[in-house]
Design a protein around this ligand. Structure first.
Ligand code: SDX
Length: 436
């Protein structure tokens, strides 16, 4: 990061000593005001719950321009990566900073492929869950449990440990998600098959049975792979910030990623794809397109507590570029499956059209985000709704790891430990219970 010629001066109306704060410039995006010395020099904290105006780190991985609706992974536009690369190439890019050469891609793919099996003991964790457990509850447990199996790679400060942990996590997430799914439907687990692509292997572990050979549909596999790419990383979102904060204590990579899985589950974050599909199903059940107006009225009524799930974003104040690509993927998959008249897709497009013309949404710059169409395409592929967020977690694992490793690799990193504005009771004496 480059010191800026511009300085910020902080002065106080009560005549307290003013302070000069340095500014830093990035390669693109907003400058930052360096407040690291603020408390030491003024005895005051900044106050920014929800971190609307706070940069938690400097990073070289992903850049988002919310106003333009632009998303770059290591400088490459998501639109180009989604069309010209597959997910493992994107993983390589996010982890190492450059797109792989053919030989680098082959070597990386072989490494990932040869780590796709999980320890046979992992199946016994699943047996402890009810069959109707939410897949994200299962995934939070399974990913954390991985740390019990890899004592050879839990020292987060050891670069070799970080590297093999990254490969293991990227390789095993599809196996674990497929196991979580098979467990809920009472079918046997399907082992990974090394001659299949990453996404093809996942589709086979999800939908094959021991009773007959499973031939993945190339269009659906490509769509699944693109869904992984679109979800791979997204700057300092809630779950990535969770992973960074968790990892900053020096805990092992598996535990830090498990924390990210837990955070992603929330309906305001990765859980929105499941919530968006459930919302569309509710509207469909209550009258479909004809009832959209009534639903929008509910959303605009603050007391209803109803949100248009899959819309709005902390950073994007324009169309989320991933939503556009997801809608295209939707078209491809529905056409491939002869579902181009899928009422859910028609309802989603009509809802989007109405919302984008409605002043309430326009004024608040609420556009469809990545979660609005992802549920429709996953449902068409045959993914059950409760598994949507687990697939988001599968895809985001590489981003979490890349961001975690970037932080740990920075010699200046410290354990994250925010402060507070205390508004509670001042010191008082305990009265014995007989006097309370
Ligand atoms: C993801 O951060 C990331 O990068 C996340 C993500 C990633 O890849 O990691 O992109 C993935 O999480 C996408 C977002 C998925 N969530 C949803 O689709 C859930 C619905 N969206 C909202 O909950 C909301 O838009 C958030 C949480 C996404 C963003 O919330 P903010 O930035 O805190 O904005 P806000 O809640 O302050 O909203 C501003 C205004 C408010 O109205 P006013 O108080 O100004 O009158 O917009 C309204 C909100 O009530 N609003 C919505 C709305 N989202 C915001 N109103 C109706 N429906 C919505 N979806």
């Amino acid at each position: 990061m480059t010191p800026s010629d511009v300085k910020a001066t902080l002065s106080f109306s009560d005549g307290s000593p003013q302070m000069e704060l340095p500014l830093y410039k990035g390669t693109i995006g907003p400058d930052v005001i360096d407040i690291r010395k603020l408390y030491a020099q003024t005895g005051k904290f900044t106050y920014d719950p929800g971190f609307l105006s706070t940069a938690s780190c400097n990073s070289t991985i992903t850049y988002i321009d919310g106003d333009k609706g632009e998303l770059l992974y290591r400088g490459y536009p998501i639109e180009q990566l989604a069309v010209n690369c597959d997910y493992l190439e994107t993983c390589y890019l996010l982890l190492y900073g450059e797109l792989p050469t053919p030989s680098q891609k082959e070597e990386f793919t072989n490494r990932v492929t040869n780590h796709t099996m999980v320890n046979e003991q992992m199946q016994f964790f699943l047996r402890g869950f009810r069959r109707d457990a939410h897949p994200m509850a299962v995934m939070t447990g399974l990913v954390g449990a991985l740390s019990a199996f890899y004592h050879d790679s839990t020292d987060i400060n050891n670069p070799e440990h970080r590297e093999i942990a990254a490969i293991r996590l990227i390789a095993k997430m599809p196996t674990l998600v497929a196991m979580a799914y098979k467990y809920t439907i009472g079918q046997p687990y399907i082992y990974p098959k090394n001659d299949l692509s990453y996404a093809g292997n996942f589709m086979r572990m999800m939908f094959a049975t021991p009773c007959e050979e499973y031939k993945p549909n190339d269009v659906l596999v490509r769509a699944m792979d693109r869904i992984f790419t679109l979800h791979a990383d997204h700057e300092q979102n809630a779950s990535t910030s969770t992973v960074r904060l968790c990892g900053s204590s020096g805990t092992n990579p598996f535990a830090a990623i498990a924390a990210g899985v837990a955070c992603l589950w929330g309906p305001a974050h990765g859980g929105a794809n499941e919530a968006a599909l459930n919302m569309l199903e509710d509207i469909q059940r209550n009258g479909g397109v004809a009832k959209i107006g009534e639903f929008i009225k509910q959303v605009k009524d603050k007391n209803s507590g109803v949100k248009l799930m899959g819309f709005g974003h902390r950073v994007y104040k324009n169309y989320d570029p991933r939503a556009k690509l997801m809608r295209e993927t939707c078209h491809e998959v529905l056409n491939e499956l002869g579902l181009h008249n899928d009422p859910m897709f028609k309802l989603a497009m009509e809802l989007e059209k109405i919302a984008l013309e409605d002043e309430y949404f326009v004024a608040r710059k609420l556009y469809p985000n990545v979660d609005f169409y992802s549920g429709i395409v996953q449902r068409a592929i045959g993914i059950p709704v409760p598994l949507f967020t687990a697939i988001f977690a599968l895809a985001r694992t590489v981003g979490w790891i890349a961001q975690l490793n970037e932080m740990i690799g920075d010699p200046e990193y410290k354990i994250g430990r925010p402060r507070q504005l205390f508004v509670g009771a001042t010191k008082r004496d305990v009265k014995p219970i007989a006097q309370r």
